[in-house]
Design a binder for this molecule. Structure first.
Ligand code: SME
Length: 161
């Protein structure tokens, strides 16, 4: 597949994630390899919803290191337990932040980011190997539909990272 059809923004969010999941499955190309597949998955996700920033931070020792992403320049390292990303890693659970200014220790890579969701990415042994981080330029963007939808996508990102 070289093109993905646009997902109708008027559809309920859960349906949009279901359609996106089919696109993500189809975007896995064994010839292209891991970096290209991760890039395509993140691009499909980013543009399907019009997010501000969509990317991965990879677990490297005791910190997270910037991985593939779509969007503005971002900070490159985050310590375990720090910021929203480090907190999701530490808790090993999805963290939804309706207002980044109200989250103690939030790391502001962009002044335009207003709300955020971070989903841990697990390997086959259920260890956190990365996190999927998404920023919105609006408050209250993310809810349980996003959490469940994104958690359905992360198993396809995991082998690319
Ligand atoms: N806001 C994140 C840092 C990464 S950027 O959003 C891309 C955090 O608090 O962990």
């Amino acid at each position: 597949m070289t093109q993905v059809p646009a997902i109708d923004p008027r559809l309920p969010k859960s349906e949009r994630y279901t359609l996106l999941l089919e696109q993500v499955k189809a975007l896995q190309d064994p010839v292209a390899g891991a970096w290209a597949n991760a890039g395509n998955i993140l691009a499909a996700l980013h543009f399907a919803f019009g997010f501000h920033w969509t990317g991965c931070y990879l677990v490297r020792g005791d910190q997270l290191v910037l991985g593939p992403f779509q969007g503005p320049v971002a900070c490159t390292t985050i310590a375990f337990g720090r910021g929203v990303c480090g907190t999701a890693w530490q808790r090993k659970e999805t963290v939804i932040v309706p207002d980044v200014d109200a989250f103690p220790g939030h790391i502001a890579c962009s002044s335009l980011s207003k709300s955020e969701i971070v989903v841990p990415i697990l390997n086959a042994s259920s260890e956190v190997i990365a996190v999927l981080d998404i920023d919105s330029d609006a408050y209250n963007t993310f809810d349980e539909d996003d959490a469940r939808g994104l958690e359905s996508l992360t198993p396809y990102l995991a082998p690319c990272l």
